[in-house]
Design a protein around this ligand. Structure first.
Ligand code: SF4
Length: 342
């Protein structure tokens, strides 16, 4: 599959009154045509800052690229001018957010919001843009698109607004669609419909998707590959099967353990004890050491290198070092059927 994005050694910091927050630290990943990469982690893990860096949506300052590159078509997004970036955002990438109201303009009819980009970036006439807008609304499953296109966002339900936002994001035929917690605000039925819609559109349009979520249920049903982030770093990556059925990192074990299981009779969700590290003064060694039940002396002092368990799975954990004691993942993380799509 063709590579559409390559993130190399990306580090992003924020200048605050309390000091420099190292939100993203030396992050590397690739994205290929037609695949969905889920980036998962608790809030503050750096996942949203990573994708906002890719879209160059962060205010600079206080944010700052400290190092690294974000390559798209062999060009580095990090060093692009704002004019170049506007083109990229209008023609190469689309973004959908958790709350459609943050990206939909409540004072503007849906039609104008869809057609604006088509006229500006694709050079369409008003009439052609309106026709394409109707086609896009139909594509994302909005009934009566001919009349709906003349309505305001508040006249749409939550699920319909999310569909409209997807239509706007797709209007430029983006190579990459970034979806930041796209279904978190929706009820379970609508959530499933939106995920199915994204999957169908992806198959038709070969769009690559970066899906940001803290919900592993969403990951199981939507992703091909997963990057697990913690403390501003990617601590494990693998295919969705590797992450769910052969996870290697204790933080991934913790995330899986805190996920509700189908045959779980206990109603209480298990959370990972402790809190994420302070990224104003990140740990020298493994970022998860303070919460990890398996932490060893070396973990506090030295950051583990990635160990490859397959061509597609790599994990930054000292437990994978040949000198480390053999530790098996806790049994409870595998209980229940998490993959509803199989
Ligand atoms: Fe735990 Fe050490 Fe592995 Fe970090 S490197 S996850 S502290 S065992």
């Amino acid at each position: 599959m063709k590579k559409v994005l390559e993130v190399n050694n990306l580090s992003v910091s924020f200048q605050t009154y309390g000091g420099e927050v190292q939100a993203v630290r030396d992050v590397n990943f690739e994205l290929h045509e037609g695949e969905t990469l889920a980036i998962v982690g608790e809030s503050g893990s750096g996942k949203s800052v990573t994708v906002q860096s890719i879209m160059r949506l962060l205010s600079m300052p206080p944010a700052k690229f400290k190092s690294g590159s974000i390559l798209m078509n062999d060009e580095d997004i990090v060093t692009m001018s704002e004019a170049q970036m506007e083109k990229v955002r209008g023609q190469e990438m689309g973004m959908i957010f958790q709350d459609p109201m943050t990206s939909l303009n409540p004072t503007m009819k849906i039609g104008r919001q869809i057609t604006e980009g088509l006229i500006k970036h694709q050079g369409m006439s008003k009439k052609d843009a309106l026709e394409r807008g109707i086609e896009l609304l139909r594509l994302v499953g909005i009934p009566n698109p001919e009349s709906r296109i003349h309505q305001y966002p508040h006249e749409f339900s939550g699920g319909m607004r999310q569909r409209a936002m997807i239509a706007i994001a797709l209007s430029c035929n983006p190579k990459i669609l970034i979806a930041d917690e796209p279904t978190t605000a929706l009820d379970v039925t609508i959530q499933a419909q939106i995920l199915e819609l994204l999957r169908d559109l992806q198959q038709d349009m070969k769009t690559a998707i970066i899906l940001i979520t803290h919900d592993l249920g969403v990951v199981a049903n939507a992703a091909d590959r997963v990057a697990v982030m913690y403390g501003g770093k990617i601590v494990e990556t693998g295919t969705v099967d590797e992450i769910f059925y052969a996870p290697k990192h204790p933080y991934t074990w913790g995330l899986l353990g805190s996920m509700p299981k189908l045959n779980d009779t206990k109603k209480e969700l298990q959370s990972i004890p402790g809190t994420p590290p302070d990224l104003k003064d990140p740990p020298k060694g493994c970022p998860f050491a303070a919460r990890c039940p398996y932490a060893m002396k070396v973990c506090d002092t030295y950051m583990p290198e990635y160990q490859h368990s397959s061509d597609t799975q790599k994990t930054a954990c000292w437990l994978l070092d040949e000198r480390a004691p053999k530790v098996n993942p806790p049994e409870n993380i595998f209980v229940g059927g998490v993959k509803e799509h199989e």
